[in-house]
Design a binder for this molecule. Structure first.
Ligand SMILES: [Zn+2]
Length: 248
């Protein structure tokens, strides 16, 4: 069985949502929110489809409507048994106008909520490896995934030492992705999970088209080929990891 541990399935991005979800009917999808509106869409999806679970939270670049109220709302929404974690949350320094203090504040508050509820977090981190690591090292006390892992092998060891898992997505299949290939080659399967980050980051051979959860198959295939192992082993181990993280 395959698990897409991170994707965005918003109505505005797909006019064939039912079809792409049906394609995964024997597999599991974990849909992720990133702001108030998308969190509500995730809740609708998990209530409608048996094979979809969800994570909800406030992405570092989507903090306009994040307030102290948001934490109470998240806590209430997390009572839904199919909402299985907080994410995606984290730090993103990609844009020049980044308000780092605000990002740190929202990230830390959401980690503390996850610690309290004993639910996992899904971390987004872009151009912010060291600050992300320092905050996690100080505050993390629950299970966690570094989603769409894209930093160095050396950094990956530090995150894994915190007990974290690495989310591996379509970038792995790109020709110029030697850094992440090196990470996968040198990291035991017991620390990896599969994801697509749909509708973005479509793997080869479909790069350039809209991504969808079924494409985790191609990520698994690439992991199997890099490690020289059977694809079934990749499915089994990453499924076991996802089950352990999200308690599904
Ligand atoms: Zn995402």
């Amino acid at each position: 069985m395959m698990v897409d541990t991170h994707c965005h399935l918003l109505k505005e991005d797909y006019d064939n949502l039912d079809d792409i979800i049906m394609k995964m009917k024997d597999n599991i999808i974990i849909a992720s929110g990133y702001d108030s509106k998308s969190n509500l869409e995730v809740i609708d999806l998990v209530n409608k489809y048996p094979n979809i679970y969800g994570t909800i939270g406030f992405h570092p670049s989507e903090l306009d409507d994040f307030s102290s109220d948001s934490l109470n709302i998240l806590e209430e929404q997390l009572k839904n048994p199919k909402i299985v974690g907080i994410g995606e949350i984290g730090l993103d320094y990609h844009y020049d106008d980044t308000d780092k203090d605000r990002q740190h504040d929202a990230f830390i508050k959401q980690i503390l909520l996850a610690n309290k509820l004993k639910c996992p977090i899904v971390v987004h981190s872009r151009d912010a490896a060291l600050d992300t690591y320092e905050i996690l090292e100080k505050y993390l006390d629950t299970k966690a995934i570094m989603h769409c892992y894209s930093y160095s092998l050396e950094m990956s060891k530090k995150f894994i030492n915190l007990g974290m898992y690495l989310g591996i997505g379509g970038v792995l299949t790109f020709k110029n992705s030697s850094k992440i290939k090196e990470v996968v080659l040198n990291t035991d399967l017991s620390h990896l999970v599969l994801e697509t980050d749909s509708p973005y980051l479509t793997p080869e051979p479909f790069r350039g088209m809209k991504n969808e959860p079924y494409n985790v198959y191609y990520v698994a295939k690439e992991i199997a080929s890099i490690k020289g192992i059977d694809i079934e082993k990749v499915f089994d181990e990453t499924f076991k990891n996802a089950k352990n993280i999200f308690n599904i």
